[in-house]
Design a protein around this ligand. Sequence first.
Ligand code: URA
Length: 234
Amino acid sequence: MSGRSAADRREELVGLYRYLSDCHECPLKDTRTNLVFGSGHADADLMFVGEAPGFHEDRQGKPFVGRAGKLLDQLLTEIGLEREGVFVANVLKCRPPDNRDPLPEEIEECKPHLFKQIELIEPRVICTLGNFATKLLSGSPQGITKVHGRAQDREVGGRAVRLYPIFHPAAALRTESMRNTLRENFRRLPELLEEPRPSPAASPPLAPHGPELPEGVDGATQGDERPPQLDLFG
Ligand code: URA
């Protein structure tokens, strides 16, 4: 834990949202409709990280609002959780054209922003959905088929977290057996959330912290101007 208050961290998360709304670093800004920053509780114990926004997410500026999102909601409900109590983000914040796979350079460009989100939200458990999020946050080339359903301790965004790789809901929409596996893996989540945080020593450090925000984007210095989607983070 950073020792910073939840209110301070939320404020900085809002600042990161503002900063990325105006991000010109990534070529995907030219083809996206909306930034899909992520949404949910800014101080959530549980965070989900998917791959990249699809058509509906791009239109609405919110993650997992299509069919895969409906399955995610249903699985959350089955274990007594709801979307508002968790935080949902993606490896990429902008939709790749035609829903193609993220390119390595796009992942590199966007990675610091995901790490910053993790640093600010301070989740106890991060569920990586599918291959891209799992490989990025585990720092290992091992794919989701091998590692799904097995929690692993890692240091991400400067702190120890428990990664819990599971299949991507979009993949689970394709076959019943994958849906069953995903459902089974979901059932372990309440127990994982009860466990103590992993100790830093047990967690191999991963990639760098996110970028420092430029001055004036920390939300405290923006006067009364509110970003249009502040309801994205509770
Ligand atoms: N798939 C993802 O990986 N993320 C979304 O937000 C929607 C679908």
